[in-house]
Design a binder for this molecule. Structure first.
Ligand code: NA7
Length: 544
């Protein structure tokens, strides 16, 4: 990424010319950025959002790959703040596909007249804090500059896409792309020899969707995942009416759960019920849509131990039953990580794909990819001729989208240097030495919009209260930050999602420090902690 400024820039008078001035700048016009713009503008502030894409939506703008869709129920994912919006918008499917979600976010942007404060095709290259003025100045890649008292990085937790450093990609003569940058005009896959690297939530959706259209599909799998049937379907008119009548109840239920999903965990232990009753529950939830089979199950399935292993065995059997060739089936059965330690991909016919004659599964743990050649991929054991290569290889999660921007705080320090050993923040909201910068962490492992709304409202209240008191600067104290980091390290170590090598802990990126990205606390606990901090006059922050 180009950086138009020097390593430790200063903000002199000459740099002030032609610099737009705002109260608040937001980087990103995805789910969080749009809501932050709406809320902060309502305070009477001048707000400008900078969006690298040509339209709103963030993740739902970039991830146009075939099969991209929610695993959250559509009506639990949409914004909750406007009753009019809730009643006007008809979700078409229980788990909406990307085009529907992108339409929804465009509808929101239009309804609340948000576009007039968004600059599109505006990638922020750097941001520099002016210590004399308590203001941030951002520099866009196109040379544009703007300043504001507050900077909100609503950059998304899964937006810095990652392509492994395979030798030879530059010499590949076919077409290739990462799923997170799927071309808007689409990719012509019909009849082509297509290779997909990666079988996470994205790969699973993509592979299922394209298998029928391509000439031949080669899937390069490093780690088999536990995947569960999504059981999507259209929302009929009666259900639509029922959903619209029960939004308060839907959002209340989401508020009560750890990840802000609608599914309430069964407080019973799997091991405390009789085996036939346990199996009956497993089967019943397996037949239900969405994450129910994961999040509404016996509580101890979500911690390492006997119940977790019992359920993993159930899921493995479900996979085996669907794949005809037992050798292929065994490759698809996860054996090297605990159930729930990675994000559970939901699928709609994924395993049956491997029963097709035009699909080949290559286990790259057995025979690693050695290089990309002009005509395909060479593994230790074979060569695979490809016309199209698709990277479903994930993201430099949470911190990657922040550290790709050259952010300079007080004393010339950069966020990149500060995050070298993992994120250093106070509750994910701020980093000491970067005053007035609100980093909006993804909920990490939660129903995204449900997590982002209360966080945006907290920041809105914080900025509102500062302005009411004539304060110009808020900064997390190093002590509060250190205590938070210690808490994440300690509490995070016990969590199931710290156990596998996934993006949850930064383990998918070579060289990235292993550290839980996101909070180890449940969403209700996080909301309570933030409320307590605010009630105590922003304890853990220094205000002036
Ligand atoms: P994920 O879940 O990080 O999956 C990335 C996939 O790419 C995963 O199967 C990886 O295997 C694979 N991968 C990554 N690097 C390599 C290399 N070098 N060689 C072979 N395979 C590789 O990303 P997704 O986009 O699927 O999902 C991200 C989130 O988006 C998801 O959690 C949802 O919340 C939405 P690995 O498992 O690391 O062995």
């Amino acid at each position: 990424m180009g950086n138009p400024i020097q390593r430790t820039p200063t903000v002199g008078k000459d740099m002030m010319e032609d610099v737009e001035q705002f109260d608040v700048m937001i980087i990103g016009a995805g789910v969080t950025g749009l809501y932050a713009l709406y809320r902060l503008r309502a305070l009477g502030l001048s707000v400008r959002a900078f969006e690298a894409g040509g339209g709103v939506g963030g993740t739902w703008y970039w991830n146009r790959y075939p099969g991209a869709r929610f695993d959250s129920e559509s009506y639990t994912y949409g914004y909750s703040f406007s009753e009019a919006l809730l009643q006007e918008w008809d979700w078409q499917e229980h788990y909406a596909a990307q085009p529907e979600t992108e339409r929804y976010l465009n509808y929101v942007a239009d309804k609340f007249d948000l576009r007039r404060d968004i600059r599109f095709h505006a990638r922020v290259a750097s941001a520099v804090f002016d210590e004399g003025e308590d203001r941030w100045q951002v520099h866009l890649e196109d040379g544009h500059r703007a300043r504001a008292r507050f900077l909100i990085t609503a950059v998304g937790s899964l937006s810095a896409y990652y392509i492994p450093d395979f030798e030879g990609l530059d010499r590949f003569t076919g077409t290739w792309c990462h799923t997170g940058r799927w071309p808007a005009e689409g990719m012509d896959l019909a009849g082509k020899r297509v290779g997909v690297i990666g079988t996470g939530a994205t790969g699973v959706q993509l592979i299922t969707e394209i298998a029928n259209d391509v000439g031949h599909l080669t899937v390069f799998q490093r780690t088999a995942n536990y995947c569960a049937p999504l059981r999507n379907g259209p929302i009929d008119p009666a259900t639509q009416r029922q959903i619209k009548a029960s939004y308060p109840d839907i959002f209340q239920k989401c508020r009560e759960t750890a990840g802000s999903f609608i599914h309430q965990v069964d407080p019973r232990s799997a091991m405390d019920v009789a085996p036939d009753e346990r199996l009956e529950q497993y089967e019943r939830l397996w037949a239900a849509p969405g994450f129910k089979k994961w999040l509404a199950n016996f509580h101890d399935i979500m911690v390492p131990g006997k119940a977790n292993e019992d359920y993993a065995a159930f899921v493995r059997q479900k996979i085996r039953e669907r794949v005809k060739d037992p050798v292929v089936a065994e490759k698809l059965v996860p054996k090297d990580h605990l159930f729930g330690s990675k994000r559970l991909p939901c699928e709609s016919g994924y395993y049956e794909v491997y029963n097709r004659d035009n699909v080949l599964l290559v286990d790259v743990r057995e025979a690693p990819i050695e290089r990309i050649t002009p005509t395909g991929i060479t593994t230790r054991d074979a060569e695979y001729a490809l016309d199209v290569l698709i990277f479903a290889t994930g993201y430099d999660a949470v911190t990657g989208s922040l550290t790709r921007i050259d952010i300079h705080g007080t004393g010339g320090q950069t966020l990149q240097e500060k995050f070298a050993e993992g994120p250093r923040t106070y509750m994910g909201i701020q980093s000491a030495g970067f005053p007035n910068l609100f980093t909006m962490p993804g909920a990490g492992a939660g129903n995204f919009t449900r997590g982002c709304e209360p966080l945006v409202e907290w920041v809105r209240d914080c900025i509102g209260s500062m302005r009411a008191k004539g304060l110009t600067r808020i900064e997390a104290t190093p002590q509060a930050e250190e205590a938070w980091r210690a808490h994440v390290a300690e509490a995070g170590a016990t969590l199931l999602r710290s156990k596998a090598n996934s993006w949850f802990v930064g383990a998918n990126i070579p060289g990235k420090a292993r550290f839980l990205l996101g909070s180890p606390d449940s969403a209700p606990v996080m909301r309570a902690k933030r409320a307590e901090v605010a009630a105590q006059g922003y304890a853990g922050f220094r205000l002036q």
